[in-house]
Design a protein around this ligand. Structure first.
Ligand SMILES: [Zn+2]
Length: 236
């Protein structure tokens, strides 16, 4: 009985810790420090608040990114996903539900990944798009995740520069973007992620992310002036 209780407590603590570090996958094969190429990724959209304007901003700067949309959100806004593909962006697989449950069940994970891939295949776009990169929900790599990634031939959509932005609303945004720039100046490029939504519970709109497109606009101008360029994972 004691053992069971201890196990439950350990599990709870581990899950809490894991959820705190949402959407971060650190990979040893990350590019060397000082490299000025950036893989820019956006997680957890599409969002009615940010996505259209964000795509406009990326178009303006001619920057291509990877969107790790959540399947349920993608299904709500197929026109946004289609536009992202038509404009040359990539999609990263991020499951349908973004629920922590998929991390502990290979069958559930595999089912969601296949369902998401089918949805993308059915979009009305000339771009044939297959998702080759997987970003686990909350960035957590468990045994079922490892097995699925190996079996389906995915690569990890790893992150080298993480700024803990999911829960940052308008009031914290300037400080956040300042921290991002400082990190990039210090480290050089690599792979980074920003969140269109905080997808942990509820509909994800409890955090005001309306600042994101404007902040990305300003960031891209700055990054290019500093000599950074934007590439896909395969180009790193
Ligand atoms: Zn996510």
């Amino acid at each position: 009985m004691k053992k069971k209780l201890l196990f439950s407590i350990t599990l709870l603590v581990s899950l809490t810790l894991l959820l705190t570090f949402s959407c971060t996958v650190l990979e040893p094969s990350a590019p060397p420090r000082g490299d000025k190429r950036i893989v820019l990724t956006f997680d957890d959209g599409p969002s009615k608040v940010t996505s259209i304007e964000l795509l406009d901003v990326l178009k303006k700067h001619d920057v291509k990114v990877m969107f790790c949309y959540v399947g349920v959100n993608a299904k709500m806004h197929p026109e946004i996903v289609t536009r992202a593909l038509n404009e040359g962006h990539q999609l990263g697989q991020h499951t349908i539900s973004h629920n922590a449950k998929v991390l502990s069940s290979y069958d559930l994970l595999s089912k969601e990944v296949d369902e998401y891939a089918e949805f993308v295949k059915g979009l009305p776009t000339q771009k044939v798009h297959e998702m080759h990169y997987f970003r686990p929900p909350f960035g957590v790599i468990t045994s079922p995740v490892k097995k699925m990634v190996e079996e389906k031939g995915f690569k990890y959509a790893y992150v080298t520069t993480y700024i803990h932005d999911p829960a940052v609303g308008k009031e914290g945004s300037q400080k956040l973007m300042k921290r991002l720039k400082e990190k990039l100046v210090k480290r050089g490029g690599g792979a980074m992620v920003l969140h269109e939504m905080r997808y942990i519970q509820g509909d994800g709109y409890e955090i005001d992310k309306s600042w994101l497109p404007g902040a990305v606009d300003e960031f891209l101008t700055w990054a290019k002036e500093e000599g950074f360029s934007f590439v896909f994972y395969d180009e790193l």
